[in-house]
Design a protein around this ligand. Structure first.
Ligand SMILES: *C1O[C@H](CO)[C@@H](O)[C@H](O)[C@H]1NC(C)=O
Ligand SMILES: *[C@@H]1O[C@H](CO)[C@@H](O)[C@H](O)[C@H]1NC(C)=O
Ligand SMILES: *[C@@H]1O[C@H](CO)[C@@H](O)[C@H](O)[C@H]1NC(C)=O
Ligand SMILES: *[C@@H]1O[C@H](CO)[C@@H](O)[C@H](O)[C@H]1NC(C)=O
Ligand SMILES: *[C@@H]1O[C@H](CO)[C@@H](O)[C@H](O)[C@H]1NC(C)=O
Ligand SMILES: *[C@@H]1O[C@H](CO)[C@@H](O)[C@H](O)[C@H]1NC(C)=O
Ligand SMILES: *[C@@H]1O[C@H](CO)[C@@H](O)[C@H](O)[C@H]1NC(C)=O
Ligand SMILES: *[C@@H]1O[C@H](CO)[C@@H](O)[C@H](O)[C@H]1NC(C)=O
Ligand SMILES: *[C@@H]1O[C@H](CO)[C@@H](O)[C@H](O)[C@H]1NC(C)=O
Ligand SMILES: *[C@@H]1O[C@H](CO)[C@@H](O)[C@H](O)[C@H]1NC(C)=O
Ligand SMILES: *[C@@H]1O[C@H](CO)[C@@H](O)[C@H](O)[C@H]1NC(C)=O
Ligand SMILES: *[C@@H]1O[C@H](CO)[C@@H](O)[C@H](O)[C@H]1NC(C)=O
Length: 747
């Protein structure tokens, strides 16, 4: 077999139908360009391939196309029972004999024993055709499958007469194909030697009609026919270039066809570490001389080629996270079988020196150093402590900003290094950090008084554990913490805080921080507000019948621009409001008489009002008018007056007095007149009338009245000299009386 080194290999997908039925079987055919006897050829096929070819309806066309001469195939007459098995043991279920084959040892005996002698006037003629014409003729007949679909010897024999008219064949260069003629008349084959077409490969013989005469002759005893001269005792079979089979002497040296099923083994990679891997592969079919092992790293920095006899090998000193491809060729007769391929990644290393470089409410930035060796990417999973959904990102750089995180949450980032096909992962490396909590929103003040105030706000998005509310008012700051019990709930209810013990009229800065996990605080939100000013004191009210004067005391803080607001209320309803009062008094005019009013006064500073200070007061009744004397006698006077308008008052107080007579009298009347009696005649009296309401009296209406004179004759005799004092002048009382009498007011 040593001279059969150049094997012309042809790989054929044997046939579509078979491949579908036997999916794993992919058969390859190999044609030797050198010749050997059938036995040597078979031996060679067995050593270097699997066997000599077995022909099937599916592969015969393919094989016929790839050969252009006669080749041995894996069939010989006797493997035990003649014509039953192929060389590889397959049953002979398909045959494609050239007509007339296989050859029989002796022709069938003649049944008709009659004999006749014929005289043939003309010899047969033979015609030689040109090769090209015949080639076309072959192409035409080769394609016709019916020509070769000869299933049994009998069919072929009985119908072989058709072939008598076809041409002799010599398709094979160097082959010695002889048409065994007159197969249909085997009884004559002994006398008719095979015709050897030596001059031209393409020869045809045409049997022209012969005019002959026949005469009966006495019957001779039957002739025992001789053996077929071309019969081959233990023949081997060749395939002709165009497909059909014929028998040949097995010792002829001819090219031959071997086959082998494609080697479909696999490489198993196990025990992969970051620097090593154990490889095992399937044993090749037949007599494998060795295995050629080739491995290289995909990034191209390393390769190795080795010949070995083992079926396993351990690669070590590999680079972490690197892809390796392996190819193992089983080598048989210096021929590479179908290669086995494998690939794997070594385990990548983990990131190093992972640190958090920055964090905000929603983003945590990290950096790290890539691992030794190679890697595909880093996968980062953010596990959150407070139950929000885990997030996954992949990154190839050595830093990242993990964004879209929840505010005020604690996260654990788990890093693992992956290779491109995600088959290998490094150990996990983790780092934890918190996001900053958010800030409160809608910070406003609620109720404000002079000593306390209310603050309210909406909590931030995300998580928080409380609020720090610091009050910044010099000289001392105070802080108060509002701790929220429910840490996980995303509450949207506003929070309200009451801050008490404050100084009135003071500017206050409040700052609210959100307290988050990890002791983080959110962004500060400010509000500036004022406590209400202190109340006024000493509210004093004075009333007339239609106005009220109010005055009060207030000592403002230095530098504060305090104004006052005064309200007048009647029956709880505001009737008048006076705002922006700068002085500490106010006057309400045009009020109802004899009515109780309430006056409320507040101080105002920076739009904040102090608590109110209030007091009640009645306006006075309005006075009567038009007081006059209605009637007079010597000892009585009757007065009348007009009652005040818009007054429900029905009582009046009348007073009458005379200083001369040291007279004073008063009385209460329900009518609009009153009478005084027992007066001195001819005297003038002063009269006042007051409206009386709720024990308050109005201002008076006044007039005077004079009683009627009672005429009395008084004789005065006066002797007056200028030298002597008057007698009467010595009486002091008479003098006063006189003086009184002589008052010009009388009358
Ligand atoms: C020969 O073949 C033809 C057609 O192929 C068929 O009709 C005929 O019956 C055959 N003869 C015999 C003897 O089988
Ligand atoms: C037969 O095929 C071989 C290989 O394809 C070629 O080298 C050779 O010339 C062919 N012979 C003929 C007679 O066509
Ligand atoms: C054979 O040749 C004849 C004549 O050229 C043609 O009619 C026929 O179709 C051919 N047969 C095939 C199978 O090619
Ligand atoms: C042979 O060919 C001749 C002429 O072409 C024809 O007459 C004859 O029938 C053919 N014989 C057979 C057996 O086909
Ligand atoms: C063909 O066969 C004959 C008889 O077997 C033989 O004498 C002849 O040499 C052969 N020719 C070739 C080219 O093989
Ligand atoms: C076929 O047989 C006939 C008659 O027996 C004979 O004349 C003829 O030569 C033979 N043909 C061949 C090719 O042997
Ligand atoms: C076949 O052809 C070859 C080459 O053309 C020739 O040497 C040989 O003698 C031929 N054989 C027959 C039987 O015609
Ligand atoms: C894999 O490693 C284990 C332990 O190191 C060893 O027992 C086993 O034989 C190894 N397998 C292969 C296929 O090398
Ligand atoms: C294998 O490595 C050698 C040098 O180390 C280089 O020359 C060669 O091209 C490499 N082969 C392949 C297939 O990479
Ligand atoms: C290595 O193997 C992988 C997987 O089998 C394959 O996709 C890749 O093309 C191979 N690389 C090379 C350079 O052959
Ligand atoms: C990691 O940090 C340590 C200490 O800070 C340092 O010694 C080491 O070189 C760093 N490693 C890398 C890969 O940067
Ligand atoms: C990470 O960032 C810090 C601060 O920016 C820097 O000092 C450090 O070198 C960086 N580390 C890596 C591995 O890039």
């Amino acid at each position: 077999m040593g001279n059969l080194t150049f094997i012309h290999k042809l790989c054929i997908s044997a046939c579509w139908g078979l491949l579908l039925m036997y999916s794993a079987a992919e058969r390859q055919y190999f044609i030797s360009p050198h010749n050997a006897s059938w036995a040597d050829a078979r031996n060679h096929c067995q050593v270097c391939f699997k066997e000599m070819v077995t022909l099937t309806p599916q592969n015969i066309h393919v094989i016929a196309k790839i050969i252009n001469s006669t080749h041995w195939i894996g069939l010989r007459k006797s493997f035990g029972t003649p014509w039953t098995l192929w060389a590889n043991g397959d049953p002979l279920i398909f045959q494609n004999w050239y007509p007339g084959f296989p050859l029989f040892k002796s022709p069938l005996p003649k049944i008709d024993c009659c004999s006749c002698s014929c005289t043939c006037p003309a010899p047969p003629r033979s015609t030689t055709l040109s090769p090209t014409t015949m080639t076309e003729s072959y192409d035409n007949t080769t394609d016709s499958t019916s020509l070769y679909d000869v299933e049994t010897d009998m069919d072929m024999l009985t119908n072989a007469t058709e072939w008598l008219n076809t041409t002799w064949l010599n398709a094979t260069e160097g082959a010695n194909i002889t048409r065994r003629a007159n197969i249909t008349q085997p009884w004559e084959s002994t006398t008719a030697p095979a015709r050897h077409t030596t001059d031209s490969p393409w020869t045809t013989t045409t049997q022209l009609p012969i005019v002959s005469t026949c005469e009966r002759s006495p019957m001779l005893p039957p002739i025992i026919p001789e053996n077929n001269k071309n019969y081959i005792e233990n023949s081997c079979v060749v395939i002709l270039a165009f497909g059909p089979w014929v028998e040949r002497e097995c010792s002829e040296e001819l090219p031959f066809i071997c086959y082998e099923d494609r080697f479909m083994g696999a490489i198993n990679v196990s025990n992969i570490t970051s620097s090593s891997a154990a490889l095992q592969w399937d044993q090749g079919p037949g007599d494998i001389s060795h295995y050629r092992f080739e491995a290289f790293s995909r990034e191209g920095s390393w390769n190795v080629t080795k010949n070995m006899h083992n079926l396993s090998y351990t690669l070590d000193n590999l680079i972490p996270g690197t892809g390796y491809n392996i190819t193992v060729f089983a080598v048989k007769c210096e021929r590479d079988l179908n290669p086995l391929n494998g690939s794997f990644y070594t385990i990548p290393g983990e990131v190093q020196n992972l640190t958090v470089t920055r964090f905000t409410e929603n983003t945590i930035s990290m950096n790290w150093t890539k691992p030794n060796g190679n890697y595909g990417f880093f996968e980062v999973i953010a596990f959150s402590a407070l139950g929000t959904k885990d997030k996954i990102k992949t990154v190839t750089a050595e830093h990242m900003d993990f964004d879209n995180l929840t505010q005020g949450n604690e996260y654990t980032f788990v890093f693992r290094t992956g290779v491109d096909d995600r088959s290998m992962w490094s150990k996990n490396i983790s780092i934890s950090n918190c996001t900053r909590p958010g800030k409160v929103s809608n910070l406003t003040t609620g109720n404000i008084s002079d000593t306390y105030l209310e603050l309210q706000w909406n909590p931030p998005e995300g998580n928080y554990i409380g609020f720090k509310d610091s009050l910044c008012v010099l000289p001392h700051n105070r802080e108060l913490n509002v701790i929220v019990e429910n840490q996980t709930g995303l509450l949207v209810k506003p929070y309200k805080v009451k801050v008490s013990g404050l100084q009135n009229g003071t500017k206050l800065d409040f700052r609210v921080n959100v307290l988050g996990v990890c002791g983080l605080e959110g962004q500060i939100v400010n509000i500036t507000t004022y406590t209400a000013p202190g109340p006024i004191s000493n509210l004093k009210l004075t009333a007339k019948h239609n106005n009220i004067d109010a005055s009060w005391d207030f000592t403002p803080n230095p530098g504060s621009n305090v104004t006052f607001t005064a309200k007048l209320l009647l029956d709880g309803k505001e009737v008048e409001k006076s705002a922006n009062i700068l002085n500490k008094d106010v006057k309400f005019k045009y009020l109802k008489t004899a009515t109780q009013y309430k006056v409320e006064v507040r101080t105002v500073l920076n739009n904040q009002e102090s608590p109110e200070t209030w007091s009640l007061i009645f306006t006075l009744p309005s006075p009567p008018t038009g007081a006059k004397v209605r009637n007079k006698t010597t000892n009585s006077l009757t007065f009348e007056w007009i009652p005040p308008e818009n007054s429900s008052a029905k009582k009046y107080i009348c007073t009458l007095n005379s200083t001369f007579w040291s007279f004073f009298d008063s009385r209460v009347e329900n009518t609009t007149m009153c009478t005084f009696t027992g007066l001195q005649s001819g005297s003038t009296y002063d009269f006042n009338v007051y409206t009386l309401s709720d024990n308050k009296t109005s201002n008076p209406a006044s007039c005077n009245g004079t009683t009627v004179e009672d005429p009395v004759e008084i004789s005065l005799s006066m002797l007056c000299t200028s030298e002597e004092p008057l007698y009467c002048e010595k009486d002091e009382t008479k003098k006063i009386v006189f003086e009184e009498v002589s008052q010009p007011t009388f009358g």
